[in-house]
Design a protein around this ligand. Structure first.
Ligand SMILES: [Zn+2]
Length: 371
């Protein structure tokens, strides 16, 4: 949030919280105290509502993630706590109170002092809840203490949106794959860029349902290695990176190979523009395996490249995410639903969320027949 707000210094009481309008009232209120300011990244929160899951009896649930930035405006502050509330209209769905101990874990900082003019990141804040009305607002109150012991507060209210992707996505792999990370479980993607909170990671299962044979030290022993990756939907190749080395499993590359370009963390990758504002990313592909080039138009089901272990990847796997624009650092990720796969013996012709730990079997015939 970057509101201009001229409040006189010094603000002595920090009573703004009790004076703020209740959630659901017309104006979203940001109390930017003279001492403490709070902002979020992203500014509007995109939530996922997992109402279509392959498990027939799974309870519908929802999830949202964001970062908070706290800035000490006029003097040193020590952060005491955060109060997080999630509302559906006026109805309080969830309240969490994070004390200093929780905040130390969340920030990785032993000392929660924010020196004057500097800031502290708290994140990711991940809220998940089951079987409720869709959230409409996140309300955050941060409480800090001045050097003289006085308590000051800042408040932020963020609208919550439930974006529906416009792109019809087919499962982009063939054979049996374990979804090792999906949006509904792991926080790992949520610790990265906000284009990726709803990313999926898939690992191929071999004939004995393992990821690899032997001790898994070689790339070739991994069932994922070299597996073909197909376009989940048609579009234009907006980005194609092909020259990054594949690392032995478990080894991280010299960070200099990223050249300060965050796209390179995703290794060899293809991004496809779907001509509706949405971009799909296929990442950690095998070096020199790309079958498409930038600017090329691709059909649904067309071969893009092969699964590799390039960039920041612990072992061969496919990373997939969908985002609402081309920029990894700015555009937000969209919840991903896919179709045309088998899971638990059932064929999914319509898009559903793929939950973490689900085994998904991609079918060649479906990919080819749906072009
Ligand atoms: Zn990933």
């Amino acid at each position: 949030m970057t509101h201009e707000h001229s409040e006189e210094l010094p603000h002595t009481h920090g009573q703004g919280v009790t004076q703020a309008p209740l959630p659901g009232s017309e104006a979203l209120e940001t109390i930017e105290g003279a001492w403490l300011r709070i902002e979020s990244r992203p500014e509007k929160v995109y939530a996922a509502h997992y109402d279509a899951l392959p498990f027939p009896h799974a309870v519908s649930h929802q999830e949202l993630a964001f970062d908070l930035g706290l800035t000490a405006m006029a003097g040193d502050l020590k952060l005491n706590g955060l109060i997080l509330r999630l509302y559906a209209g006026h109805q309080l769905l969830l309240e969490q109170r994070w004390n200093a101990e929780v905040l130390r874990k969340q920030t990785g900082e032993d000392d929660l002092t924010i020196s004057a003019g500097s800031g502290l990141r708290v994140g990711p804040v991940v809220l998940m809840l089951h079987g409720h009305a869709a959230a409409s607002l996140v309300d955050v109150v941060a409480v800090a203490r001045r050097a003289n012991g006085e308590t000051v507060e800042a408040r932020l209210q963020m609208p919550v949106f439930y974006p529906q992707s416009k792109t019809q996505l087919d499962f982009p792999l063939r054979g049996a794959w374990w979804c090792i990370q999906a949006a509904d479980w792991s926080d790992m993607h949520k610790r990265e860029l906000y284009s990726q909170p709803y990313a999926l990671d898939f690992v191929r299962l071999n004939a004995t349902n393992g990821f690899f044979s032997g001790d898994g030290q070689t790339l070739e022993s991994h069932a994922s290695w070299g597996q073909p990756v197909y376009a989940a939907a048609g579009g234009k190749v907006a980005y194609a990176q092909h020259d990054m080395p594949d690392m032995p499993p478990g080894l991280q590359p010299d960070p200099r190979i990223y050249r300060d370009d965050p796209r390179r963390l995703l290794g060899n990758a293809v991004a496809i523009s779907h001509a509706n504002g949405e971009f799909a990313y296929y990442a950690h592909l095998q070096q020199a395996s790309l079958a498409v080039r930038e600017g090329e138009l691709v059909r649904r089901g067309q071969l893009l490249g092969r699964v590799g272990n390039s960039g920041q990847s612990p072992g061969p796997h496919l990373h997939f995410h969908l985002m609402e624009g081309p920029h990894l650092m700015i555009d937000q990720g969209l919840p991903v639903r896919m179709r045309h796969f088998t899971a638990g013996g059932q064929w999914f012709a319509e898009p559903v969320f793929i939950p973490t730990r689900m085994i998904v079997v991609g079918a060649a015939s479906a990919l080819e027949s749906s072009a």
